[in-house]
Design a protein around this ligand. Structure first.
Ligand SMILES: [Zn+2]
Length: 292
């Protein structure tokens, strides 16, 4: 009887990202592509693949070589930013099957770099994969063992902002009324907190109008312009996304990032302003699932 493989978890959004890297490299260059990710245990002791990314590299139909300098920079940046010390090397096999080639096996052995184990993942554009842990040192002995893992794809739970959007756009009964300004209502749990919505007395909840002169940068200059809730939501989400990109690209400081979130809240009050820099990465994860 075949024994069940142990499991490693990955968010569906991260898995889709890997598949899209593979697909894009195949579409554009008929090549493989590879990169890194972090291996992070959660509080229950389950292992997760986090933040998969690509690095500068040389690609070919049956090969992809990460740039050594880029890789060294990656280790340094990630260790500093997220405190990760365990990593995954992943690469695609374009439209070929997912298996360890002779080159791959050699790479895995070379990857140990003095550490006791390595994680490796190979996938193709159809979503076939092999996820493997290689251990090079057991009880102090130089002993090489390989263990395959099953991936478990996890859909992130929707955020409060997502819920707010659903509640804003859906009303069980047909009524009409207009908000004077974006509301703040209730459930404030996540990084992206909800505004309230208990509120809607009678209402066409879709109709929001903003406070006068809230944000001239975004063309909201008088209270006669009515935006619908979805437009406001998307506009604010775009602002948060842009701020994230700038912050992650080191083009925006943390205080500037906080100010940008406050600005986004003037458009649609749904984002908690982070007080600590280390809270920022959560925005990225939450935004991925907040998009409808
Ligand atoms: Zn390969």
């Amino acid at each position: 009887m075949k024994s069940k493989k142990p499991i490693v978890y990955i968010a569906e959004t991260d898995w889709n990202k890997l598949l899209n890297y593979a697909q894009c490299a195949y579409d554009e260059m008929k090549s493989e592509i590879g990169g890194m990710a972090e291996m992070v245990p959660d509080k229950d002791g389950d292992m997760w693949i986090k933040r998969p990314t690509i690095l500068k590299q040389e690609v070919a139909p049956a090969n992809c070589d990460l740039d050594e300098t880029a890789l060294a920079q990656y280790y340094g940046t990630v260790a500093k930013k997220y405190g990760s010390s365990d990593f995954l090397w992943w690469h695609s096999h374009a439209d070929m099957s997912a298996f360890w080639s002779a080159t791959d096996k050699k790479t895995i052995e070379d990857n140990d770099g003095g550490s006791a184990h390595t994680w490796s993942l190979v996938l193709n554009i159809d979503g076939d994969y092999i996820m493997q842990l290689d251990v090079f040192n057991l009880a102090g002995m130089k002993l090489h063992k390989s263990q395959e893992f099953e991936l478990c794809f996890i859909r992130r739970q929707y955020t409060d902002a997502f819920k707010k959007k659903v509640l804003d756009l859906c009303e069980k009964s047909i009524t009409t009324s207009v908000f004077n300004k974006p509301h703040h209502i209730g459930y404030y749990r996540g990084i992206i907190g909800g505004g309230t919505t208990s509120v809607h007395g009678a209402s066409n909840v879709n109709q929001l109008s903003l406070p006068v002169n809230t944000n001239v940068d975004y063309g909201i200059v008088d209270d006669t312009i009515a935006y619908d809730g979805m437009e406001l939501y998307n506009k604010a989400t775009d602002m948060v996304e842009l701020a994230l990109t700038e912050f992650n690209g080191d083009r925006m400081t943390f205080p500037e990032f906080q100010a940008a979130i406050e600005n986004a809240n003037k458009v649609y009050d749904g984002y908690r302003v982070p007080t600590k820099e280390k809270d920022v990465p959560f925005y990225a994860h939450q935004l991925e699932s907040a998009r409808i």
